[in-house]
Design a protein around this ligand. Sequence first.
Ligand SMILES: [Zn+2]
Length: 687
Amino acid sequence: MKPNAHMLCLAVLAACAPAKPEVRASSSASGSTGIDLAGMDTSVAPGNDFYGYANGGWIKSHEIPPDRSSYGTGTMVQELTAKRTAELIAEAAKDAAPGSDARKIGDYYTTYLDEAAIAARGLAPLKPALERITGISDAHTLARALGTGLRADVDVLNNTNYDTDNLFGLWVAQDLSDPARYAAFLLQGGLGLPDRDYYLDASPRMAEVRDKYRAHIAAVFTLAGLTEPDARAARVFDLEHKIAEAHRPRIETEDVTKGNNHWTRSELAERAPGLDWQTFLAAAGLDRQAGFVIWQPAAFTAMAALVASQPLDAWKDWLTYHAIARRSDVLPQAFDDESFAFYGKALSGTQQKRERWKRAIDATSGALGQAVGRLYVARYFPASEKARVEAMVKNEIAAFARRIDRLDWMTPATKAKAKAKLAVLKVGIGYPDRWRDYAKLEVVPGDAYGNAERASLFDYRRNLDKLGQPVDRGEWVMNPQLVNAVNLPAMNALNFPAAILQPPFLDPNRPSVMDYGAAGSVIGHEISHSFDDQGALFDATGRLHNWWTPEDFAHFKASSAKLVAQYSAYHPFPDLAVNGQLTSSENIADVAGLAAAYDAYRMSHDGKEAPTVQGLTGDQQFFISFAQSWRRKAREQAVRRQVLTDGHAPAEYRGVTARNLDPWYTAFGVKPGDALYLAPADRVRVW
Ligand SMILES: [Zn+2]
C-alpha cells in the first residue's frame, strides 16, 4: 500500500521500484539485435546532443501511453517480462502436479482471481482474528496480540522498506557489528499513512488527507458491520497521531550510523517500559533471542509508553482496523473498492484500479516469488547467457582493480582494503545459487484470505529460522523476474536479476561490445556502489566500519564536486536544474560504471577495438548502445517530481555520462566548441 523508500538500485524505470535498485527503459524489448539505427537521428551532431543523436528517431516516432507518466527501455522490458510471467503462471494453473511449487503458484493465482468465491465467504475468514482482538482484556493479552502480529516486513539496507502497519517490524539480516551472524533488527511502525509528516504537517493539503483518512477508517468499520464507526475511527486516528509523534523522522531512519543500537532483552524492559516485552517476544517466536538492534531507540521508548498509557479500547480498535485493511484485496469487493478510493485515488491520484489479473500476478509473485522466478529462468534465461555475464563480471572486476591501482588520490593502505573488498564481492547473476524451499507453505484453493495470511507467516518463520544459523551471502533480495539490479552493502553482494539480462541490455545475437555498453555499464554501476561514500561505511566483511582515511574522503569529495557542478548545469526546463548534490552518488556510479565497462570490453578484445558493424566502429557501438539503453520519454510532471525527489538524474543526462570518457571524444570526433565538450581537466575520473 505504501511506497517504499530508496536503495542502491539502478532505477532503470522511473523510480527505484520496491527497493532502491537501478533499472532503465529502452528500445525494442523483444527481438532487438544490434544498434537500433532507425531510432537514431544522424542529422544531430553527437558532440552537441549525444542523447538525441542516439535516440532522436525513436523519440520522434513514439508517444507515451496515456496510462503512463513515462515510457522507454525499462518500461518496455518490464512489460514484456510481466506478460511472460503471466503466461507462466497461467500455465502452472492449468496442469501442474499436486504438491508441486507450480501447483501452488497456479492455486494461489486462481484463488486470488476468484472474486465470486471471495464474495461468497464474506467476512467469515476474518472472524478468528477479530475474535482474538475482542478477547483482549489486559496488558498481558494486548502484548500477546501485538507480538503475534509481528512480521518480517521491513528492511533498512537492501530493499529499503521502512514502514509497517504493525506496531513494530522485524528485519533479520547480517549484524552490522559482527557480520558473521544474523541480527534481529526492530523498526518503528504502526501508521496507516505513509509517514509521520502526514499526521504532523500543518499544511491544508495534509489536513485534507487526514480528514479523508478518518472517513476511510470509519467506512471500513461500517462495512465490517461494527458499532459506532465514527467513534472508533476517531480513537484509531488519535492513537496513530500519538504514534506519529513518537516516530523518528525518515531522514534519521535512513542514516545507518544512527540505527545500529544493540539492546539486550532486559534493556528493552528497562529502556522502553510500558509494553510487556516478555509476552510480546514469546508471542512473536523470539523468546530465545538474547539481543536486538533497535533502529530508532527514542521511538521505542515513546511507543512502549503509549502501550501502557492509551486506553485498551483504542488499541483494540486500531488492531481491528488494520486486520481488515491490510487484507482488503482478498475480502469482498466493497472493502477493496474502499481501499482503492483512499490509498489509490485520494492519497496517490491514481484514477483507475489495476486489473484484477495483474494484481493477482503481483500477489502470487509476492507470496511465491522465487518459485515463479524459477519458472521464468527455466524458460527465458539459458545457462549460456549466465556464463556470458559471468565472464563480463570477471572482466569488470579486473578492470576495477586496475583502476584502483592507478588512483593517485587514494592512500596505499586504503587501496589495499579496496582490493580486498573487491576480491570477496559476491556477484549474483540471474537467480540465486539455492532456490527458496516452499514446502512448508500451504496454499488452499478457494481460501484467498488464508493464503495471504499463510504466505506472510511463512515468510516470517523463514526469517526467524535464519537467527543462529551461518549467514548466507548468497541470499537474494530481488526476484529473478524483476527488471532491476541492486547492491547489498552489508552482504558485500550484488543481485542482477535475469529480467534485466535480456535485450536491449544483453543479447546473444549481437557483438558483445554492445552488451558491455548496456548491461556492462549496469554491472559497473553496481560494483562502484561498494566503493563510494556509502560503500566506504562497510568493510569487506560487511561490518559497519569506515575503512577510508579522512584524506581519502576529502579527495573523493573533491572529485564529486566537479560532477555535482556538471549535473547542476543541466536544465530539463528553463526554471528547473538537476540537483547535482542529490544525484551525486548515482552520477559517480554511472561514470565509474561506464569506465569499468569500457575497460572490460577492451580487455575482452585483447586491448583492441571491436570490429566495425552496421557501419559503426567498435567504440561507437559501445557508446551508442549505452545511450540507447537510457532512452525514455517522460511527462513534464514526472520529470519535475524526479528532479525534486529522486537520487537518480533524468535518463537523458545519464545517457551523456560518456562525455567524461576520453575514448568517446575520439570515437565521435568531438571538438572544443561542441556543446558537450569538456576540457580533459574537467572530465571526471573518480576511479
Ligand atoms: Zn545506483
